[in-house]
Design a protein around this ligand. Structure first.
Ligand SMILES: *Cc1c(COP(=O)(O)O)cnc(C)c1O
Length: 376
């Protein structure tokens, strides 16, 4: 466990609005229609904190959760004794006991795993529930269609499995016109036909917004719950959940012609005022944000307006050009919004040449964390 860092002693404060998180969950559940809305909470709930996030989701009505690693499942089990928990990694070799003890359902990805889980169940005296993960075209993990058919033709193996869910995962759901979506939808329908009465799960956040799918039983919403845009081609329908505020350590005057930061990459074109914030790459601020990005300069919100990040991001700090902000509005102890309602995670990630998933999951451990707003 992390030691809590008091707000006043932290270089930056990460505020997580659990009310907005619950709002997002409910909006996605509504959008999912008749399907149950499950939540992907892998990676410490996308960096925002497994326990508080999952408690808030449970209170908003979420009952099915997807983690990546079995240990994430074990951690979640302590928080939510009654939740249904699927482990997307599948079955870790020789670890069935851990899954059984924590009531975790492996999303099996191969015949080998299926055999191991079935054999364990026989020894345990109960056919334990699992999901079957079929790969319909992303080509990462899961049964191929041929392997799935092979498994279903094996009566002994089939009898040893309690298949609670048939699932697959989209490769390009955030690009509705990508031809792979149609192919994956067709293949999943084929798999579904082989396992007629088994509940299904297909959609991630963007998948929920994708048309042309067969109805499914359970969605697996992730990034949209945390405020990322599931529809990148249009305005984000979700509410921002995470706000990262960097504290101003010092405001310094830099004369025209002087440079800021390591390697002297940024040079003042006028006499300038530079605010130094207490957040750096150790805190998950991508060093790629350092002034000269392709789409940049990256900006933060400070003193009532957007100001560009200047110079290299250091381990523990970063510089912002606040020359255009009245001096009275930016002084030691002031806060700059690095991500939040004014500068979205998607926008900041774009400046860093990455996606909001990576930005969120890499946020460091040195922030003071403030959780607010959950309703139960
Ligand atoms: C991470 C993940 C999800 C959630 O995806 P988002 O794009 O964050 O909504 C769903 N299914 C699987 C298999 C995943 O790995």
């Amino acid at each position: 466990m992390m030691t809590a860092i008091p707000t006043g002693l932290a270089g930056a404060v990460l505020s997580i609005d659990l009310g907005a998180l619950q709002w997002n969950y409910r909006a996605l559940a509504k959008k999912a229609g008749k399907a149950e809305c499950g939540a992907a909470v892998k990676g410490d709930a996308y960096g925002l904190g497994l326990a508080p996030v999952c408690r808030a989701l449970w209170d908003a009505g979420c009952r099915s959760f997807f983690v990546a690693r079995p240990t994430e499942g074990g951690e979640l089990r302590e928080v939510l004794p009654q939740a249904i928990i699927y482990v997307l990694d599948g079955l870790a070799h020789g670890q069935s006991e851990y899954y059984a003890k924590n009531d975790l359902r492996p999303a099996l990805i191969s015949t080998e795993e299926a055999r191991e889980w079935a054999a364990f169940g026989r020894q345990y005296g109960r056919t334990l529930p699992c999901a079957l993960h079929v790969d319909t075209g992303i080509n990462r993990i899961g049964f191929s269609m041929a392997e799935l058919k092979g498994l279903l033709a094996d009566d002994v193996l089939r009898a040893g499995l309690n298949i609670a869910l048939l699932m697959s995962h989209f490769a390009c759901a955030d690009e509705p016109d990508h031809p792979l979506n149609k192919r994956q939808i067709a293949r999943f329908a084929e798999a579904q036909a082989l396992l007629a009465d088994i509940p299904t799960s297909f959609s991630n956040s963007s998948g929920i917004f994708l048309s042309g799918k067969r109805p499914e039983s359970l969605t697996r919403a992730g990034i949209a719950i945390y405020g990322g845009n599931p529809t990148p081609w249009k305005k984000n329908p979700m509410k921002p959940v995470a706000t990262l505020a960097g504290t101003v350590m010092q405001v310094r005057s830099v004369n025209k012609g002087e440079t800021v930061g390591y390697s002297a990459t940024w040079k003042a074109k006028r006499d300038s005022r530079i605010a130094i914030l207490g957040a750096g790459y150790k805190d998950g601020i991508p060093r790629h944000l350092s002034s000269r990005t392709q789409t940049g300069p990256a900006q933060v919100w400070i003193g009532g307006r957007r100001c560009p990040i200047v110079g290299r991001i250091s381990m523990d700090m970063m510089g912002v050009d606040v020359t255009d902000v009245p001096a009275s509005r930016v002084s030691r102890g002031a806060q700059a919004e690095i991500i939040g309602a004014r500068v979205s995670v998607d926008e900041m990630a774009g400046w860093a040449g990455t996606i909001c998933y990576e930005l969120l999951t890499r946020l460091g451990s040195r922030y003071a964390r403030v959780y607010s707003g959950a309703e139960s």
